[in-house]
Design a protein around this ligand. Structure first.
Ligand SMILES: O=C(O)CCC(=O)C(=O)O
Ligand SMILES: [Fe+2]
Length: 336
């Protein structure tokens, strides 16, 4: 099977010729947009640096997270192997009978994995695909994975990875709350970081330096923890300009989501980001963990009407279905 057959049929005409030699000297994104984002060390968190990273950037690297390097290699290996399966096989494996879901291009999914059909957009040609893995549903993969060693290995590795990222997020969230001097009860913390709604998404972007990957958006999460490979391509907006997040080995990219914006009453903002042109003519993989609040979690930020997280989610879904993309928090402003 040629590699292109593992991609959705509509991507294939837009993908680079497989015969083209792979070079790392292809013109990539505008190099002038490179910038060094803050690098935080989870073992020795510098609280002032963390406060600045959240306040001025909304995005930063996190290193020294205690995740074993062997687990990181396993995650990378199994992700690549599962996403390289033929397109039709991925559709079948992660279709209606699976607790996981496969999505691509203009098809998207809600955190719980329900398919959301986008309204047609002006700019199509965003080439990416992924598998949505709600942590709470991973164990339901068991009956399917028993007969398939690849799926079983995917389940085991993702479960282990999920435990580590959950630990990292809890430590990081508690520190961020401290930088805000917020006093939260244990129950409140739990409802902001609901483990039952944590989602891992493994994503692949075809070898293609011309087409953009993922459109500009903010995440609806509290915090997102992105593991991007060395191909690069992740960009974020700061003071009205787009900058590249240069890959940094053995670290994660942490992005603040919309719910952190409301938890902090806008002291911190969610970061606008996208996947643009890649630096290397290579497939790009990313593994993203999103931590969402409990559905019933209520928010009452100063500039917005009070809302439950489930209402926010429903609004995002409606906007994607009717306008083609997410509108987000501005829909909840008390004085739009
Ligand atoms: O692939 C990436 O690096 C980022 C993906 C992302 O922003 C998302 O899935 O929300
Ligand atoms: Fe994102």
């Amino acid at each position: 099977m040629s590699n292109s057959e593992s991609y959705p049929p509509e991507f294939r005409p837009l993908m680079s010729e497989p015969t083209e030699p792979e070079t790392s000297t292809e013109p990539g994104p505008d190099r002038s947009k490179d910038i060094d984002i803050p690098v935080l060390n989870l073992e020795h968190l510098d609280m002032e640096k963390l406060r600045e990273a959240c306040k001025d950037w909304g995005i930063f690297h996190l290193e020294n997270t205690g995740i074993p390097l062997t687990l990181m290699s396993q995650v990378k290996e199994i992700t690549e192997s599962v996403l390289s399966l033929p397109f039709e096989e991925k559709r079948t494996l992660f279709g209606v009978n699976s607790p996981l879901s496969y999505y691509w291009g203009t098809h998207t999914v809600s955190p719980s994995g329900k398919a959301v059909t986008r309204a047609p957009q002006e700019s199509s040609g965003h080439l990416f695909e992924g598998i949505n893995i709600p942590l709470a549903s991973l164990s339901r993969l068991l009956p399917l994975s028993c007969s398939d060693p690849k799926l079983e290995s995917f389940r085991v590795v993702m479960e282990e990875y999920g435990k580590h990222v959950t630990r990292i997020i809890v430590t990081l969230f508690e520190a961020i709350i401290e930088t805000l001097s917020l006093e939260l009860s244990g129950n409140q913390k739990m409802s902001y970081l609901s483990e039952s709604t944590g989602v891992i998404r493994v994503q692949r972007y075809p070898q293609c330096t011309e087409s953009p990957g993922l459109e500009a958006h903010t995440d609806s999460s509290v915090i997102s923890i992105i593991n991007q490979d060395d191909v690069g391509g992740l960009e974020f907006m700061k003071d009205g300009e787009w900058f590249n997040v240069k890959p940094l080995a053995n670290s994660f990219v942490i992005g603040l989501g919309d719910m952190m914006q409301v938890i902090s009453d806008e002291e911190y903002k969610s970061v606008l980001h996208k996947v643009g042109k890649r630096m290397k003519k290579k497939e790009r993989y990313s593994i993203v963990y999103f931590v969402f609040p409990d559905k019933e979690c209520m928010f009452k930020p100063s500039r917005y009407k009070p809302f439950k997280f489930s209402e926010f989610e429903a609004q995002v879904k409606l906007d994607v279905e009717t306008h083609g993309s997410k509108i987000g928090l501005s829909k909840f402003l008390s004085n739009p």
